[in-house]
Design a protein around this ligand. Structure first.
Ligand code: PLP
Length: 455
């Protein structure tokens, strides 16, 4: 494709995307295709001769679109939303067009410095503790997902618990077994991270929750004390601000105080709910954050940014870099050795990295702080309104506290009735919701975080 052809097809593609957004409500939110349908529409073998771009775009309409669940549809209330604002899409396109790989400061200084700046901006917008800023002891980095953020936090915790020895000797040699703690409502990525980081699923303690599905600090204290008394080493606690099932907010301050008595690393997973702290009236969700070691929220969930962009901060970057840095000869360079620059390869699992900061930079500049706050307040208001409708309806009841932009409710006739309502709504195509189980009972979830959702 020549630059001129790229201009032509690129404009056609941008038009296609803008048209898609304009007609998105014409599609059923959830894809209606049967398993295997998409592949069956496409040739079994790759083309021998080059094909025209128009032919590919035609297949997008014919085959891909029917096979999509439309996450940007205003009636998408399933799981948690994912961002997709126009500025973020343009930022992603630009990152692809530039095609740089920002593993080291030296491999593209702008990729590193824009990222550091944008994460400092975001820390300011969320009013995060000063230690998380790059001017303090810590700093921020963009990970692909909250799962990766939890994993690198656990790796840093492991390294700190063993005084730097686990990287060299592995987790099992010469050290007492290490333990990790999270509430029973923590995301499954915590267990996955515990496995990958070498703690193992059995080392993960599932801490009981209170009636509002929040981790109980007294139960955490009991579990940590018991492990310590049995010669195990409590290494990390993952607190969740906005659990996946019901957006319960774990009491971060009390958890951090308990963890502090054992010298355990505290990571806060605020994947969805962290965005709420853009508005001062919601900052209570972060109470105690100045006591924790690391924190993550996903702009790609509620903050209008297209997947993937997960913002991760540490209070002390030294521990993280110690856990993740290995320097082979072929990456040595003067800038890194001067100590004056950040090399983000040392803050994540892979070596290579995309210029993801561009989309976040475009989002923050396009909406401005006031636009972002307005979006959060609008969604919170819609959520409150929806909750009031449920409350007022004799056939339904709200089953968990509504903390941010998710309402959990059920039909008063029980689980089968609730499931039937969900199936009927999803079959109708105008809205899509998913479920969870709370206290052993089926609960419908309505998440309200799509840019286009209106009353
Ligand atoms: N943590 C929480 C609380 C979540 O709700 C989710 C996903 O919904 C995740 C982690 C995983 O997010 P990611 O897809 O960014 O790994």
């Amino acid at each position: 494709m020549t630059p001129d052809e790229f201009r032509t097809h690129g404009k056609a593609l941008v038009d296609w995307i803008a048209d898609y957004w304009e007609r998105i409500e014409d599609f059923p939110v959830q894809s209606q295709v049967e398993p295997g349908w998409v592949r069956a529409q496409l040739p079994e073998h790759p083309p021998e001769a080059p094909e025209a771009f128009e032919a590919m775009l035609a297949d997008v309409d014919r085959v891909v679109v029917p096979g999509l669940t439309h996450w940007q549809h205003p009636g998408f209330h399933a799981y948690f939303n994912t961002g997709g604002s126009a500025p973020s899409v343009l930022g992603d396109l630009l990152a692809s067009g530039l095609g740089v790989q920002g593993m080291l400061w030296a491999t593209s200084p702008a990729a590193t410095e824009v990222e550091t700046l944008v994460l400092d901006w975001l820390a300011e917008l969320l009013d995060l503790p000063r230690d998380f800023r790059s001017s303090g002891t810590g700093g921020g980095v963009i990970q692909d997902s909250a799962s990766s953020a939890t994993l690198v936090a656990l790796l840093a915790a492991r390294e700190r618990t063993t005084g730097g020895a686990s990287n060299q000797r592995g987790v099992r040699q010469g050290t007492a077994p290490m333990t990790v703690y999270a509430s029973k409502h923590a995301h499954s990525s915590v267990e996955k991270a515990a496995r990958i980081a070498g703690f193992g699923s059995e080392a993960l303690r599932s801490v009981p929750t209170d009636r509002e599905h929040r981790m109980r600090p007294d139960a955490l204290a009991a579990a940590m004390d018991s492990d310590a008394a049995h010669g195990r080493r409590p290494s990390a606690v993952v607190a969740t601000v906005g659990t996946t099932s019901s957006t319960a907010i774990d009491p971060v301050r009390a958890i951090a105080e308990v963890a502090g008595r054992h010298g355990a690393w505290v990571h806060v997973d605020a994947a969805l709910a962290g965005t709420a702290a853009l508005v001062p009236e919601m900052r209570w969700i972060h109470d105690g954050l100045e006591l924790v070691d690391s924190y993550n929220m996903n702009p790609h969930k509620w903050m209008l940014t297209t997947f993937d962009a997960s913002a991760f901060w540490v209070a002390d970057r030294g521990a993280l870099i110690e856990a993740l840095s290995i320097l082979p000869e072929y990456l040595r360079n003067e800038a890194s050795e001067s100590g004056a620059v950040i090399d983000y390869r040392d803050w994540q699992i892979p070596l290579g990295r995309r210029f993801r900061a561009l989309k976040l930079w475009f989002v923050i500049r396009s909406f401005g702080a006031e636009g972002l706050r307005a979006m959060v307040r609008r969604h919170l208001e819609l959520t409150e309104r929806f909750e009031a409708w449920v409350d007022a309806h004799p056939a339904y009841e709200v089953v968990a506290p509504t903390t941010v932009n998710l309402v959990c409710f059920r039909h008063v006739d029980g689980d089968d009735a609730s499931a039937a309502v969900m199936e009927a709504i999803n079959a109708g195509g105008e809205a899509y919701l998913t479920h969870t189980v709370l206290d052993g009972r089926f609960a419908l979830r309505v998440a309200i975080g799509a840019e286009r959702t209106e009353r």
